[in-house]
Write a protein that binds this ligand. Sequence first.
Ligand SMILES: NC(=O)C1=CN([C@@H]2O[C@H](COP(=O)(O)OP(=O)(O)OC[C@H]3O[C@@H](n4cnc5c(N)ncnc54)[C@H](O)[C@@H]3O)[C@@H](O)[C@H]2O)C=CC1
Ligand SMILES: O=C([O-])CC(=O)C(=O)O
Length: 338
Amino acid sequence: MFRPAFSAAQRRCFSVSAQQNSKVTVLGAAGGIGQPLSLLLKLNPRVTELALYDIRGGPGVAADISHVNTKSKVTGYSVGPEGLKAALEGAEIVLIPAGVPRKPGMTRDDLFNTNASIVRDLAKAAADHSPNANLLIISNPVNSTVPITAEVFKSKGVYNPKRLFGVTTLDVVRASRFISEIKGTDPANEEVTVVGGHSGVTIVPLLSQSNHPDITGETRDALVNRIQFGGDEVVQAKDGAGSATLSMAYAGSRMADSLLRAAQGEQGVTEPAFVESPLYKDQGCEFFSSRIELGPEGVKKIHPVGKINEYEEGLIAAALKDLAKNIAKGKEFVKSNP
Ligand SMILES: NC(=O)C1=CN([C@@H]2O[C@H](COP(=O)(O)OP(=O)(O)OC[C@H]3O[C@@H](n4cnc5c(N)ncnc54)[C@H](O)[C@@H]3O)[C@@H](O)[C@H]2O)C=CC1
Ligand SMILES: O=C([O-])CC(=O)C(=O)O
């Protein structure tokens, strides 16, 4: 797992892989997520070049981060198609946290009207200028923005489902933290599989597969609810000033680091992600988040959901209903608004 501080010994271990060039691009780099995410990427020795783009403030954030004394080169790009093109060209990973966040009382789906076109347009640029990069979609609603990106790539004839990821890492980060709070354990030792999508009831934690299948009854219901609606806790606490940014930056940098490690030959790297998946395709869900083994080609293996109990079967059934609608909405948007 990527941790933001590296000892001298760790730096020596990293040195072989760090010789490989890895350009990482952030679109929306000056935002609440973009800034701390870019900082964490600057601290990662596997990143050799960091390209920061935003419709406002990209060069300023880049100048600031570029003073951090790690080896990677940081560039902030000017606003417009030329800047966007230069930011994307040669990227191994493109992270997209561009778009508006929620305010109290809103669902992630309420962001669709604004964020769908932002993601569509950035996806068009990525399809043109970095068609082979791993694309990590953070902008909400992820359940729809990932299908939007897939449709754009298909329309340009460059879609590779192994390279498109909706970032759901924050759900497992939260789940391991919340379960550790109940059990008084170290969250580093807690792994909770979370499947489905990234909003409300589409977020399905599989506690029966965790270290604590004994959590049942009201405690289980409250924990599941907290994992499903953890984002709302932050939205309410920020009281109109946005949603999770710092924990999301951590989660996004962990996902990027996992992809870089897998690309550089590390075996057995897994993360959850919302990807094109055969698991529930026959129930209208062409995309689904489950544990993914990563490799140099992006998605190496999609893990099945595995053994679950009746309660979890019910959670998945509820998730699939919403998820199918969210996916169809994204696909329809690109058809009607190419
Ligand atoms: N996947 C996940 O787990 C999570 C997703 N999110 C989502 O991430 C998104 C960003 O959240 P924040 O960073 O808090 O928002 P923010 O408003 O602080 O930052 C968004 C940034 O995107 C930029 N932007 C807007 N349109 C752009 C375009 N066409 N090209 C380049 N940059 C553009 C803005 O200038 C701004 O700097 C939201 O949609 C939010 O819901 C937030 C937390 C977790
Ligand atoms: O809740 C939100 O709107 C942001 C988000 O996706 C999360 O924190 O999981």
